[in-house]
Design a protein around this ligand. Sequence first.
Ligand code: FO1
Length: 311
Amino acid sequence: MKSIIVALAGGTGAAKFLRGLVAVVPPEQVAVIVNTGDDALVWGLHVSPDLDTVTYALAGLLDEAKGWGVRDDTFRCLAAMAALGRETWFNLGDRDLGTHLFRTERLAAGRSLTEVTEAIRRALGVRSRLLPASDSPVATRVLTPGGWLGFQEYFVREKARVEVLDVAYGGAETASPAPGVLEAIHAATAVVICPSNPITSIGPILAVPGIAEALASTPARVLAISPIVGGAPVSGPAGKLMAAKGLPVSALGVAQLYRPWLDVLALDRQDERLAPDVAALGIAPLVTGTLMTDRRAEAALARAVVDRLAS
Ligand code: FO1
């Protein structure tokens, strides 16, 4: 039987790890289940930031400095919208707009997000399978002292600077996993949870009924890579959001959150002292370099993960 590694992914951290993964295993042997909780309507267009970040990364098109969008994109449409008095805090590049126009038009024509994602991946030459976690909307919302914000309002407009009191996944209770998601988890040789924000990237995937259960019941080993190193997130607001959920901001907090179904936790060498506490939760620690500072480091982390899963 063909071996397939199934990865659960958010945006930038996941994109780096997946780039490393397809450098060490054939891309056709990787299937990625991607967060849609960050999706937003911008100027009437359906933007799926994490699907696009992963797609662009695997297509070699990602703007690596920003960690999102298309490399060398221009922003002339954005400037035109600003001149017309529209809100432009969400920076949509001109080439990126092509993806959003295509997605929005195809969805309006009755295609599912899964079908549209498949069409985009094929057109861009991505050889790994990409699956949105759900075809129905799951909207991450953040409670601040001023009220609830959509995830992009919190993350981009407010630059994640406001206090976070709670996080919710609107629509998750009634959403179902996209076609192929549960089957992929059950048929996987191994499952990897990418080093993505546990609350706003992996949380919305797990909130879709059936997905956490599939992780608990799959015969495959499930390994997560901690996005928290040395008591702080490698990037983004994961620390604040974990604290808002009452979790310690550490690799141990990640272990506690994923404990119901996690077999192995990869944690950075800086956090080696936490390994016994992770083991005490019944999760096998894998102490390795998790900081993906360049392509070599991305591939080295992927290699360590693949080797551990094969052992
Ligand atoms: N992130 C920003 O910090 N500022 C932006 O203006 C911005 C625009 C944007 C456009 C398209 C896209 O696919 C992603 C974009 N992102 C932007 C990234 C995105 O908000 C987040 O990185 C993810 O939602 C978190 O994974």
